[in-house]
Design a protein around this ligand. Structure first.
Ligand code: ZN
Ligand code: ZN
Length: 304
């Protein structure tokens, strides 16, 4: 199963030529989920080869413009391209009103089903379950209600133990059934549970925590994630400014990554004041070694 993350916009507040505004897309088996949709996210999709018609869910973290001003444009592109598949938009309750005003002033109706989910009315935890993944939401700490998301693949089956295939001379069809979750019944009629036949495998996960101050309560939701994208708007010397603005520093992000024991930290929402990115990442690595700075177009493929 493919699990690929593409970062589309990694800058803070206003766009620059090198960094667009917040957005990342996750592709799990050719179903795409978009996390935030800052201004010009559509252009970034074109630049980086994202198949936008395969986006089924859009998750918006909060209603600061740099995280959702690109959404209405995307919705209208789908309309103009005669989309027919449903699109699920998840976000704070006010987003529904904002979108409805923008839509009704332009067209009587969109030509495809737009299904809005008010995340504020849903309890923290799993909010979305699809065949190959689930999405969990949890609160962040920012200047207005803001949510993080964790997407985790489900149902991925590991390889069947080689000795087992040999012992029972499994044919192609039986292997396929086991891979889909079936137990195996031996010629003698004994049932061998699926879990004893396959090699345990990791269900990959990605956490999107854009725009938050240092906030340890989020750790329980993201622990052991493969990849954590975390707000790192400032370096440590601007801790006061970070606290005032509800953002994190490199050190804040690295502490969360370390405490949550994630595998990889991607620093994002980078203030445009930083040119010396070497010092920036070095500071984070002093706390959490496996840290990198996000860049627009950065792709991460998770494999076993
Ligand atoms: Zn914000
Ligand atoms: Zn922001």
């Amino acid at each position: 199963m493919a699990f690929e993350i593409i970062f589309l916009g990694t800058g803070a507040a206003t766009p620059t030529l090198s960094r667009g505004l917040s957005a990342a897309v996750v592709n799990i088996n050719e179903t795409l989920c978009l996390f935030d949709c800052g201004e010009a996210t559509q252009m970034q999709m074109l630049r980086f080869g994202v198949k936008k018609d395969r986006i089924r869910h859009v998750f918006i973290s909060h209603l600061h413009g740099d995280h959702y001003f690109g959404l209405i444009g995307l919705l209208f592109t789908y309309h103009l391209h005669h989309r027919s598949n449903e699109l699920h938009v998840w976000g704070p309750s006010l987003l529904k009103e904002i979108l409805e005003i923008q839509i009704k002033t332009s067209v009587p109706n969109l030509c495809y089903p737009l299904i809005f989910h008010d995340i504020e009315s849903l309890p923290d935890g799993t909010i979305c379950s699809e065949k190959s993944f689930t999405v969990t939401k949890f609160p962040l700490k920012h200047r207005l209600p803001t949510y993080g998301y964790l997407i985790r693949e489900t149902g991925r089956c590991g390889n069947i133990k080689k000795e087992f295939i040999k012992q029972y001379a499994l044919d192609h069809e039986t292997i396929k059934q086991i891979k889909e979750g079936a137990d195996f019944i031996t010629p003698e009629g004994k049932t061998i549970p699926h879990e004893e036949i396959v090699i345990p495998t990791r269900q990959h996960s990605f956490a999107w925590c854009s725009d938050t101050a240092y906030f340890p309560p989020l750790i329980e939701f993201i622990s052991d994630a493969d990849v954590l994208y975390h707000d790192a708007t400032f370096m440590k010397d601007l801790q006061g400014l970070a606290d005032e603005k509800g953002h994190s520093t490199t050190i804040d992000a690295a502490l969360i990554a370390s405490q949550a024991r994630v595998h990889q930290l991607i620093l994002g929402h980078i203030s445009q004041r930083y040119m010396d990115l070497e010092s920036f990442v070095k500071e984070a690595k002093s706390v959490f070694q496996n840290a990198e700075i996000a860049f627009d177009g950065m792709k991460i493929k998770l494999r076993n």
